[in-house]
Design a protein around this ligand. Structure first.
Ligand code: ADP
Length: 318
């Protein structure tokens, strides 16, 4: 059995159906990683989302949506006076999608303070907060997870990460980069240097590395990341293939480009979730990459981050 804990923010999404009418759902990079991991992993594997929500009915509905996907919500904290982050997806006059965000005061920004309060309340004295005992096998976070944590709580996050590492968790990081969430690029680079240093497995996209470090291809990405002691690298570059570098082998796995891309939302997140699921089932890196790529290819042929559960089940069984 694999036990995965994922830290980050899931938001309330309102997506425009027609002018003045919006469909509600819940989404976020880590939400998608959790959903695709759970849908593809063995039934006994567990995924817990470490996040924070409010005390309102939208937060209740988010928890229900997570439970609907069999995601464990025992690490979802309730903030006494903050709410879920919100974003609206609307179409402009030319049919282009526009995203507007309200997340600067969201509950998830305070995940670390809420975990600290719970730890104090429980009188924990062990290596790990009791909420995280037994130590998970895998701990996943992304550049977005890091960006949303209020900066004064980031040192507590790094402490937690080192505790998890020492207790035997495998640390997994996707340096997803959203410039608007950061005070400066320098700030991001400082935090990412720690993330690279502490992670066993890093799943970057070339675009993010290019925006931050001017890296343009797989070779440049490997050269740049050489300075950190990262055990396994899985580097994504849209339809241009996936490059793997691990202790035993390195290879470029080609991707069959999708002809009719509908929406690339969650391409990388669905890849991450399914890659982790396939690896935890014993697939080799090459096999897990090839299978994860077929899942991402499915996802980008549908609108939105999460393909409807029953449609998804039919697609992967066919
Ligand atoms: P991110 O969403 O992190 O930017 P990528 O764009 O690199 O990630 O996409 C993640 C994965 O999704 C790729 O590794 C690939 O497997 C799949 N993918 C993305 N774009 C395409 C495409 N046009 N055709 C086929 N697969 C794609």
């Amino acid at each position: 059995m694999t036990d995965l804990v994922i830290l980050g923010e899931s938001m309330l999404e309102l997506s425009q159906v027609e002018p003045g009418l919006y469909r509600q759902s819940f989404a976020g990079d880590v939400h998608s990683v959790a959903v695709y991991f759970k849908r593809l992993a063995d039934a006994e594997d567990r995924v817990r989302l470490l996040t924070a929500v409010g005390n309102d009915s939208a937060s209740d509905q988010m928890i229900a949506a997570l439970l609907e996907e069999d995601i464990d919500t025992s690490l979802v904290f309730r903030h006494p006076n903050r709410q879920l982050g919100l974003y609206i997806v609307s179409n402009d006059a030319c049919g282009e999608r526009n995203f507007s965000y309200w997340r600067s005061n969201s509950a998830a920004r305070e995940i670390m303070s809420l975990l600290r309060d719970a730890t104090l309340l429980a009188g924990d004295s062990g290596l790990l907060p009791s909420k995280l005992v037994p130590c998970p096998d895998l701990f996943f976070f992304s550049g977005i997870s890091l960006a949303v944590l209020t900066p004064d709580t980031r040192p507590a996050f790094w402490d937690l990460l080192l505790q998890l590492r020492d207790a035997g968790a495998r640390i997994v990081f996707d340096p997803n980069y959203r410039p608007k969430l950061w005070a400066s690029r320098k700030d991001t680079r400082t935090e990412y240097a720690l993330a690279f240093e502490y992670s066993h497995l890093v799943l970057p996209g070339i675009e993010d590395l290019e925006a931050l470090y001017g890296v343009q291809d797989f070779c440049g990405a490997c050269e740049f990341l050489e300075q950190f002691d990262i055990e396994e690298l899985v580097i994504k570059d849209g339809p241009n293939g996936v490059y793997y570098r691990g202790p035993e082998e390195s290879f470029l796995e080609p991707i069959t480009p999708v002809e009719q891309v509908v929406d690339t939302t969650a391409a990388g997140d669905s890849f991450n979730g399914s890659y982790l699921a396939f690896r935890s089932q014993g697939a080799s890196p090459r096999e897990a990459i090839a299978r994860a790529a077929t899942i991402s290819a499915l996802v980008i042929q549908h609108k939105g981050a999460l393909v409807d559960k029953s449609i998804f089940k039919n697609l992967i069984e066919s």
